[in-house]
Design a protein around this ligand. Structure first.
Ligand code: PGA
Length: 263
């Protein structure tokens, strides 16, 4: 196994779960649990993506207690400001010290008809404000049958990278739609082969430096029992975790995958 130099990233996408009071309790317990276990945040970064209404509380807690957790929004507007009822700008997220923002999650693509062009504009909005976009790509079960595993994720990434300079700090999340919330994760081999195709896309777009520096996550039914398999793969640098990120013990165990990577 080639050991890469990219810092692993375990990202918890809470989706529309946990209000701001529940978020405070959860973040406190997560931080204690990782601290008790002497977790090395320099080796494995742990990030959470709460709903917008939680972010101010999460920011305040993390800043006051100097916690090593990072966080971000689950979506962002393509616009800067103005008459866009219900939208949240990248400037607002940056002001709350978000490091990241998830862009193009398959639930946004399907439930809100977000297309690749909009995803690309949102990526630009994030970068303008110093946020690191976590760009989600992935094929549906139908796409998989028709196009095979990597064609759609690669095409989605190419379009999302339109106008992104090779020097930009981004994260790519490969999330096969058929694996999200289904309990049917991709195998580590499957995920690695798409990660290789995505890394080649980064290389073609932004050169060797972008390709070797950018973290590629796998997402879709990640659990404490399968994380180690993904993390053994040379091109997978972390996970975007949905359901299991709401279970404190499960999420902490995924963050601490190094303790069971040999198992
Ligand atoms: P899941 O969700 O871990 O519940 O499959 C992943 C995601 O949607 O990011």
């Amino acid at each position: 196994m080639a050991v890469n130099k990219r810092t692993a990233l375990i990202a918890g996408n809470w989706k529309m779960n946990l209000d701001h009071l529940q978020a405070i309790a959860f973040v406190q317990k997560l931080a204690w649990s990782l601290k008790d276990a002497a977790h090395d945040f320099d080796a494995v970064e742990a990030a959470i993506f709460p709903p917008f209404t939680d972010l101010r509380s999460v920011q305040t807690l993390i800043a006051a207690d100097k916690l090593s957790l990072t966080y971000g929004g689950q979506d962002v507007s393509e616009h800067e400001s103005g008459a866009h009822t219900g939208e949240v700008s990248a400037a607002f997220l940056a002001k709350l010290d978000c490091r990241y923002v998830i862009i193009g999650h398959s639930e946004r693509r399907t439930q809100h008809a977000e297309d690749d062009a909009l995803v690309a504009r949102k990526v630009q909005a994030a970068l303008r404000h110093g946020l690191v976009p976590v760009i989600c790509v992935g094929e549906s079960a139908e796409d998989l049958k028709v196009h095979g595993p990597s064609a759609i994720p690669v095409a989605q990434l190419q379009r999302a990278l339109d106008s992104v300079p090779g020097s930009a700090d981004i994260v790519v999340a490969y999330e096969p739609v058929w694996a999200i919330g289904s309990g049917q994760p991709a195998t580590a081999d499957q995920a690695e082969s798409v990660a290789v195709a995505l890394r080649n896309t980064l290389q073609e777009h932004g050169g060797d430096e972008m390709s070797s520096r950018t973290r590629i996550l796998y997402g879709g039914s990640v659990s404490p029992s399968n994380i180690a398999g993904y993390m053994r793969e040379p091109n997978i640098d972390g996970a975007l975790v949905g359901g299991a990120s709401l279970d404190l013990a499960a999420f902490a165990s995924i963050v601490r995958y190094q303790k069971h990577v040999g198992s």
